[in-house]
Write a protein that binds this ligand. Structure first.
Ligand code: ATP
Ligand code: MG
Length: 334
């Protein structure tokens, strides 16, 4: 499962450089012609590949906060920059599979077969059309019964972890899209991953319920997976026109400090349209503010992985940050 990373080295950026992430959604300029997109190109820092596979669990038990959107668009951003990326769809809704244009009707071999019937992960993984280096293990409707079926199985919390460990293809990233619950599917993801990525929607009640998620992360860390930690918080659906959005963003940054990515994702019509075409916004409208924001967030994640912090205009080498005490992070949260 180890990555053959850093062979290729940093990749040149084929899409336009950063625009401010928190753009007014009303200002989303719509699709750019290919030539127009290229003419806006500015030099961007590279998106280096990690020297080991990074397994990131995209979780928040609150529904509709942008977990799936974040999973597929970060995955596409990383893959378009030379990374080999696997998306594992762990939500019975199968939204990540849909957004990646992956067939996931009831008869398709899926992550359900891996979890319940011990099928090999490589038997269910499909390549994503249009994005080289991007793969998906789809979810079918069968997965809806898995929470209950898992209960009576041996090693019920670590079945996904075992499947990933046995996967032999070289990968730079595995992104796991969790359902909006803290049941056994999410626990399987937390046991399999080292990093938790929490998307937070910039709305009222954004922090509600996060304390429970952080306590679960602590429990899994304490009993089943010592390497687990919250590495990344991403603010989603940021609407620069509202004071509420900036208040929520301030509050999240106060609570979580350096885990919060500098880039936030604006509310964007293009982002919400892309899944209905079986595409990520990166291929649907590469010049849109939504695509550029996800690209920028992916770059931050990639640079942080090698100990570099990127402030938008320059990159700083920093020591790898000590893992913040999860208890102190959850203080004050409900
Ligand atoms: N930045 C954005 N701008 C506009 N719409 C967005 C944005 N991010 C997500 N959405 C839309 O918000 C809805 C919820 O997003 P998404 O499905 O990614 O959330 P989720 O957390 O995965 O939901 P669930 O908990 O049901 O799995 C979707 O319709 C999606 O298209
Ligand atoms: Mg989802």
């Amino acid at each position: 499962m180890r990555s053959d990373a850093n062979i290729a080295g940093p990749m040149a950026d084929p899409v336009p450089g950063p625009r401010p992430a928190d753009t007014d959604p009303g200002a989303d300029p719509g699709p750019l012609a290919a030539g127009e997109a290229v003419s806006r190109e500015t030099p961007s820092p590279p998106m280096p590949r990690p020297d080991q596979t990074r397994v990131m669990v995209v979780a928040n038990q609150k529904g509709g906060v942008g977990k799936t959107t974040t999973t597929v668009n970060l995955a596409a951003s990383l893959a378009l920059h030379g990374n080999r990326v696997l998306v594992i769809d762990l939500d019975p809704q199968g939204n990540a599979s849909t957004a990646l244009g992956i067939d996931h009707h009831a008869d398709v071999p899926s992550i359900y077969d891996v979890l319940i019937d011990s099928r090999k992960l490589s038997d269910v993984v499909q390549p994503v059309r249009d994005v080289e280096g991007l793969f998906c293990a789809p979810a079918t409707i069968d997965l809806a019964g898995a929470e209950i079926e898992l209960v009576s199985l041996v090693a019920r919390e670590s079945r996904l972890d075992r499947a990933i460990q046995a996967y032999e293809q070289p990968l730079d990233y595995i992104l796991i899209d969790c359902p909006p619950s803290l049941g056994l599917l999410t626990v399987n993801a937390l046991v399999a991953g080292a990093e938790v990525l929490i998307p937070i929607q910039c709305e009222y009640y954004a922090l509600e319920g996060l304390g429970q998620l952080l306590r679960n992360v602590e429990l899994v860390k304490g009993h089943l997976n010592p390497k687990l930690h919250v590495s990344t918080i991403l603010l989603t659906m940021y609407d620069g026109r509202t004071r509420l959005a900036s208040q929520v963003a301030d509050e999240v940054r106060t609570h979580f400090g350096h885990e919060v990515l500098r880039t936030s994702i604006p509310r964007s019509v293009r982002i919400s349209e892309a899944p209905s075409y079986g595409q990520t916004v990166l291929t649907y409208d590469p010049g849109s503010s939504g695509a550029l924001s996800y690209l920028e967030a992916a770059r931050e994640i990639a640079l942080r992985g090698i100990g570099v912090r990127y402030d938008g205009s320059k990159a700083h080498m920093v020591g790898r940050q000590p893992q913040q005490d999860q208890h102190s992070m959850s203080e004050g949260l409900q």
